[in-house]
Design a protein around this ligand. Structure first.
Ligand code: NAD
Length: 256
């Protein structure tokens, strides 16, 4: 029994798909026979991913150049994905950045950059897809990639935490408004997942200390996200909207 947890044939658009979680989600969707549109700024990198995604079993793969801080590009990206697949089933709002450092040392430009990508980009993409689904009457499904830093705080990533808290609230607010259009909006809130970018930090003393505060005493692996992602992207979650699902080894419930 699969409880509808199947992405075969689904038309899925993933932003920030050229690395990390986004590239992993693309491979996961491909391996289940989905049609995947991978969007990011680095088109060459996206194109180099296509043969592997096809080999994994994707029913179709499209690459789309996208800077989510550019509203016109967001609209064009959504239109291109819809045109390529004759519609769209799932939007994965994954692109995100962090500007690390003490809040008092951050420049206004750093704050703006984080908000442009993590908040405004996610909002504009959701609205563009939402309007498409409302106007066509087709059901829609949005998965926002939030973070446990949207619910709790850690020093040195204040603007990132603020942006992710806004994504959590956006997920709930849009779930409420878009349900009447058969559009579901949920979020995954990953804890610390080991990627190329953070591996060095977790080999340092502060990094090891952080791991010791995770109740499960280990970092997340990309594959830990597979089940929760597939749940949200598939019909297995057909009665879920406005949910924020932590995937964090218990980090959110660590002792104060
Ligand atoms: P990453 O840097 O590997 O991936 C981020 C992706 O977003 C990249 O492909 C990057 O090119 C893209 N991106 C950045 N700015 C963009 C822009 N203006 N337009 C289009 N694409 C842009 O990092 P990641 O860890 O894979 O992060 C993916 C998502 O997961 C982010 O939203 C991040 O906040 C979230 N997240 C990551 C972790 C973790 O531990 N890695 C934990 C919680 C949440």
């Amino acid at each position: 029994m699969t409880f509808g947890a199947d992405l075969a044939g689904k038309r899925i658009l993933i932003t920030g798909a050229s690395s990390g979680l986004g590239a992993h989600f693309a491979a996961l969707c491909a391996s289940q026979g989905a049609r995947v549109a991978i969007a990011a700024r680095r088109l060459e990198r996206l194109e180099s991913m296509v043969p592997d995604l096809m080999k994994l079993g994707a029913a179709d793969v499209r690459t789309i150049e996208l800077d989510v801080s550019d509203g016109a590009a967001i609209h064009a990206c959504r239109a291109e994905a819809v045109e390529a697949f004759g519609g769209l089933d799932v939007l994965v709002n994954n692109a995100g950045i962090a500007r690390e450092g003490a809040a008092l040392d951050q420049r206004a430009e750093d704050f703006d950059a984080v908000m442009d990508v993590n908040l405004r980009g996610v909002w504009l993409m959701a609205i563009s897809c939402g309007r498409h689904w409302r106007d066509t009457g087709e059901p829609g499904n949005i998965i926002n990639i939030a973070s446990i830093l949207g619910e709790r705080v850690s020093a040195g990533v204040a603007s990132y935490a603020v942006s992710k808290a806004a994504v959590v609230q956006m997920t709930k607010a849009l779930a409420l408004e878009l349900s009447r259009h058969k559009i579901r909006v949920n979020a995954l809130a990953p804890g610390y997942v080991e990627t190329d970018i953070n591996r060095g930090f977790f080999e340092t003393e502060p990094g090891r200390k952080m791991i010791s505060r995770i109740p499960m005493r280990r970092l997340g692996e990309l594959s830990d996200l597979d089940g929760p992602f597939t749940l949200l992207a598939s019909d297995a979650s057909s009665y879920m909207t406005g949910a924020i699902i932590p995937v964090d080894g218990g980090h959110l419930v660590s002792s104060l």
